[in-house]
Write a new protein. Structure first.
Length: 720
């Protein structure tokens, strides 16, 4: 008597999905559509298997590719043709998913094995240009047409796959069709609509950013041209809104993490201190969060750099229901403060904030993490954005408007040698004052052995541009300038003290020259932008109080003028000439102070006494210095070209990693309800085995006309 032995669950084999079996046939060089005219219509009703198709493409080599290439090209062609089937959303969505998987797998194979020229073999097909032209046309239609959001979502993911195929966007062969058949208008339409912007805005902004960077300095890029002249307020506001929302979310998460630490017990705080001695998971996570913002920060840079119209959105309060910027809706009002009764105040902790406020607060967070290359690159990008903003006349007028005051929470690093000025934290003030606070904070908190010279040059450059605007437009900003002067003098002191170490690595004379010229700008033109005459007195007081620093710089410069091998001789000479007025002021008032002390019989004067001496002894002659209020306009090329190539490469890499997860997730969760809503046939479990036979756990179709029945359920066959 034979007994039937039931196999354990571990030995039960899961049969292949029919779509996987078809992939295998196609990748063996067989054509399963030969005897079935309805094969492709039915094939695109099957749910794609992203991983299986990618795996099959990964098996290709030079020999097998020649055999498979006709089928691969046929599959690409059929997928593109099926994009015209907008009457059947299931087929449309499946064809988009299949194209995503195909292109992703082909690019991945090319990146893994550069010696295997699969890109040329596949995309070099004689009709590929024609197919790609159709693909762009259909994508345009899908983005703007009456289709399901799943289809629009997958269409944007497909475009993401295309533009992130290679690390170097300039080497991506599929960019040319995107340049020839621009989808810029479709992107603008989607950004202008609040609903589609909320669902797809992030993808569109990232797509535009990558497309703008394709051969931007080598040939005419239509996306660069169109972005630079875009004047649609709704679209520009939507573009800025996607960036500000991301930065605001980052800032809120950071504030929440600080609150969590502060509310924890002393034991948890001790654990955090000990944990931070090592490479903490939180630190790594923070670095990844900062790096994740590169794409949208790059998008902000491109908009500010290319489009003057975008500047109008910078101070516009960002909210989902926000209208374009206008005099009536630019700001939300709160109760006036006693000292600024007529000025509306925007409080970041209570109200949706604008893009400038978000950028300033974001910068203050990133500044605190300077121990890794990713954060430094991110901070450099922030400074380049601030440089572009500080050069713009309209942006400066917004930032210096005393009727527009904001409370901005700037985060400051904890340092042993200073106490934070509580009165200055969260004070309502014009944005120009907040920006100066931010720059001062950077100056005083980054004086370290691994001196970030490039960041300091950018920082000082932004300060110089702000002062040039104030001088040119005679804007008298009510700002505690003593904080800026003290920070700049502290920087000069650091450069002198670390001269032997730094001079071997960087040109400290050029940076010193920029700092000294800022003081010369105050000395020569301060009467046009300093708010009070007392500010002049305080400036001269600070120069005399720190006369040792300027004397030491002068001695250092004189020493290098006698060194024939000095590679920075030009900057040394310029710095020597720039010090003339400061040294004259110091010498003049030092003599006056000594005379006054001798008359009074005192040895230690008070600050008020020295200020009184300064006020009574302005009888000195200074040398008029030219071009103090001039600066070289910012230009991306050639100085920053390599930086942006690296930044775009990082954005492409990060975007590619996320696309893989999004597409796989989308493939697995496309709802059958969508088919029911459109009247499409939904496969049932009873039909699953109608046309199949199972052998050794492999499902083999007996008729290509029945392949649709496999998409619903998968049967298992118990062994006996």
């Amino acid at each position: 008597m034979t007994s039937r032995k039931r196999s354990g669950s571990g030995s039960t084999k899961r049969p292949k999905e029919k779509v996987v079996y078809i992939y295998e046939l196609l990748c063996r060089g067989e054509d399963p559509s030969t005897d079935s005219p309805e094969f492709w219509n039915e094939f695109f009703l099957l749910q794609p298997n992203f991983e299986a198709l990618e795996t099959e493409i990964g098996k290709f080599n030079t020999e097998t590719l020649q055999m498979v290439k006709p089928n691969l090209n046929m599959l690409i062609q059929k997928c593109i043709e099926m994009l015209n089937a907008d009457d059947h959303p299931k087929r449309l969505c499946n064809s988009l998913q299949t194209l995503c998987s195909l292109f992703y797998g082909i690019f991945k194979k090319a990146n893994v094995d550069p010696t295997f020229n699969i890109l040329q073999e596949v995309f070099g097909h004689e009709k590929m240009d024609e197919w790609l032209k159709l693909l762009m046309q259909y994508c345009n239609r899908i983005l703007l047409g009456d289709v399901t959001e799943n289809s629009r979502f997958m269409c944007l993911k497909l475009l993401m796959v295309l533009v992130t195929g290679t690390d170097n966007v300039n080497q991506n062969a599929l960019f040319e069709p995107l340049m020839m058949h621009s989808m810029f208008d479709a992107f603008v339409r989607l950004l202008s609509d609040p609903t589609t912007r909320g669902q797809h805005g992030h993808d569109i902004v990232i797509l535009l950013t990558i497309l703008v960077n394709y051969r931007k300095h080598e040939a005419t890029n239509p996306y660069v041209v169109q972005l630079s002249i875009l004047a649609d307020e709704l679209a520009l506001n939507g573009y800025g809104q996607m960036i500000s929302q991301s930065l605001i979310d980052f800032c809120r998460q950071y504030i929440q993490s600080l609150n969590n630490v502060q509310s924890s017990s002393w034991f948890s705080s001790l654990s955090n201190i000990v944990g931070n001695m090592f490479v903490s998971d939180e630190g790594c996570e923070r670095v990844q969060q900062i790096k994740a913002n590169n794409g949208l920060l790059l998008a902000l840079y491109e908009a500010v750099h290319l489009n003057r119209n975008f500047i109008t959105t910078l101070a516009h309060t960002q909210a989902e229901s926000s209208a374009p910027p206008s005099p009536s809706n630019t700001l939300s009002l709160t109760q006036p403060t006693p000292d600024l009764a007529s000025a509306p105040i925007i409080d970041i902790t209570q109200y949706p904030t604008n893009l400038l406020v978000a950028v300033f607060q974001y910068c203050s967070i990133v500044m605190q993490d300077n121990k890794n290359e990713s954060s430094i690159a991110n901070l450099k990008l922030c400074f380049l954005i601030l440089t572009c903003i500080s050069e713009d006349q309209y942006a400066n007028s917004i930032m210096h408007d005393s009727n527009l005051t904001f409370k901005v929470m700037l985060h400051r690093a904890q340092m042993r040698h200073r106490k934070l000025n509580v009165d200055r934290v969260g004070k309502s003030q014009p944005l120009a004052a907040t920006l100066l606070d931010l720059l001062v904070e950077f100056i005083v908190s980054h004086l370290m052995k691994k001196f970030p010279m490039e960041l300091y040059l950018l920082c000082i450059g932004v300060i110089h541009r702000i002062l040039c605007y104030q001088k040119r437009c005679r804007v008298r900003l009510n700002y505690p300038w003593k904080e800026l002067w003290s920070a700049l003098i502290g920087l000069l002191r650091f450069l002198v003290n670390q001269e032997q170490t730094l001079v071997k690595k960087c040109n400290i004379f050029h940076l010193s020259l920029q700092v000294v010229n800022i003081f010369n700008l105050f000395i020569t033109y301060g009467d046009t932008f300093l708010a009070t005459t007392n500010s002049y007195d305080e400036l001269y007081y600070e120069l005399n109080r720190e006369e040792k620093v300027f004397t030491e710089i002068h001695a250092m410069v004189l020493r290098y003028t006698t060194m024939p091998e000095c590679e920075y001789k030009d900057d040394v000479i310029k710095l020597l000439n720039a010090l003339v007025n400061i040294l004259a002021i110091v010498k003049h008032f030092q003599n006056k102070i000594k005379e006054w002390l001798a008359e009074q019989g005192l040895s230690t004067p008070t600050e008020d006494q020295i200020l009184d001496v300064v006020r009574k002894n302005y009888d000195l002659t200074l040398k008029l210095q030219d071009s103090l209020d001039q600066y070289e306009r910012y230009a991306e090329a050639p100085l920053h070209t390599n930086f942006f190539k690296t930044m775009v490469r990082d954005v492409v890499n990060d975007t590619r990693k996320h696309i893989y997860g999004y597409v796989k997730e989308a493939v697995s969760i496309i709802p059958e309800q969508e088919m029911l809503l459109t009247g499409a046939a939904v496969p049932t479990a009873t039909a699953t085995n109608a046309g199949t036979s199972s052998t050794s756990g492999t499902t083999t179709p007996t008729s290509t006309s029945n392949i649709v029945t496999e998409s619903a359920t998968i049967a298992t066959t118990p062994s006996t």
